[in-house]
Design a protein around this ligand. Structure first.
Ligand code: ATP
Length: 362
């Protein structure tokens, strides 16, 4: 019996629809061939262009589609010239994180043996770690509400016990699953600045409390500045890194850099009930409409969605297709089959996605 899943689809702005189209095409074909699951997509209008047209960036109807769905797929939202009255950018993806309490930002960083990377990788080394970014509080707590006067500006960093406990529980569960699947050594590193800020000492203390409950896994700490250095010097040593919102925001772009660019960096924002999958990059208005955007980060995010749905609903076919889709993208990149401009190739969006379909024999 095919298990059926409803997917909310935010096509977004800029290159959003260009990379979402071929991704949905791949997902549709995988689902049609599968005996274990079916997918139904529901379009949810939102974003900067939608705001310009209607005065609403995240309509209630779209939020409802997201709430009801089994998972949310989002490409990219925001346009530099469309802003709220206070000058801030339109970013419904950040609103969704807060409204749906998607506290765990999952940012996998992988560089396979033959993949090009700006790092000089020692022979035989591969990078395969996950950066977990808390996504609802931290330094983003007062986002859009910071106090600014003529002489000073203030934003507040918030760390709560409730969200930190959920985040660390998620981090150790992730490390355990990775270890079981032969993808990590079962190590979780808390990345903070506990030597300077009391809020991070608190964050670390909650981490240590959770770590004690998992004697089968190893736990350690690193300061965020040292972590930035080690991500360049020895990234193959990491397994699961867990950190505050802003630190995670910055380190995840460094992670994308290790992979050769934003066009290859997927992400998931996961809560206890809902989950949203989107590439790390933005709407890239500078290349929108040209057919040259790299669809691979979007496709890898869809692979994360299949994997998450499969684990949540105990559906082996979904987990297997998630892995197949990820490996197909890794093969296309490692063998340089149809690379887009950002990765040094000449292929367009459609050709890059077609190479993934070919690798999957769809
Ligand atoms: P945001 O703040 O919304 O994350 P941003 O302003 O940091 O976005 P992006 O929209 O991610 O920036 O674009 C940064 C650069 O990376 C741009 O030059 C863009 O063209 C390029 N880029 C981003 N995504 C892709 C992609 N999928 N394919 C090719 N180039 C991309």
């Amino acid at each position: 019996m095919k298990q059926k899943f409803e997917i909310a689809v935010f096509q977004g702005d800029g290159i959003g629809p260009e990379i979402m189209g071929p991704t949905l095409d791949i997902l549709q074909k995988l689902a049609q061939k599968s005996e274990g699951y079916g997918l139904q997509f529901h379009d949810a209008p939102a974003g900067a262009a939608h705001y310009r047209e209607t005065g609403e960036s995240l309509p209630a109807g779209s939020l409802e589609i997201a709430r009801k769905a089994d998972a949310i797929l989002l490409s990219a939202m925001g346009l530099p010239d469309v802003r709220y009255a206070d000058g801030t950018e339109i970013s419904p993806q950040i609103d969704l994180r807060k409204i749906l309490v998607l506290f765990a930002g999952v940012r996998p960083v992988t560089v396979r043996k033959d993949q090009r990377s700006p790092l000089n990788m020692p022979a035989g080394k591969e990078i395969d770690f996950v950066l977990l970014r808390e996504s609802t509080e931290g330094l983003f707590h007062t986002q859009g509400r910071g106090e600014v006067s003529a002489t000073e500006a203030r934003e507040t960093l918030l760390i709560t016990r409730d969200i930190s406990e959920k985040l660390f529980r998620f981090a150790f569960a992730l490390a355990r699953t990775r270890k079981e699947n032969g993808r990590g050594r079962g190590r979780v590193t808390c990345v903070d600045k506990a030597n300077v800020f009391r809020a991070f000492a608190f964050f670390r203390q909650i981490f240590d409390e959770e770590a004690k409950k998992h004697p089968d896994l190893s736990a350690d700490h690193a300061y965020v500045d040292a972590t930035a250095l080690w991500m360049v010097q020895k990234p193959w040593e990491f397994d699961v890194l867990v950190t505050e919102n802003m630190f995670g925001d910055i380190l995840s772009d460094l992670g994308a850099g290790l992979m050769g660019g934003l066009g290859l960096a997927p992400s998931a924002d996961i809560g206890l009930e809902h989950a949203l999958f989107q590439p790390c990059h933005g709407s890239a208005p500078d290349i929108a409409g040209q057919g040259v955007a790299n669809p691979l980060a979007m496709i890898l995010s869809a692979a994360l969605m299949l994997d998450w749905l499969g684990i949540k609903h105990d559906n082996r076919a979904l987990v297997d297709d998630g892995a197949r889709l990820r490996i197909a993208v890794e093969t296309v990149v490692a063998e340089q089959r149809a690379l887009t401009r950002d990765l040094g190739g000449t292929a367009g969006t459609i050709a890059a996605a077609a190479a993934v379909q070919e690798a999957l024999s769809l």
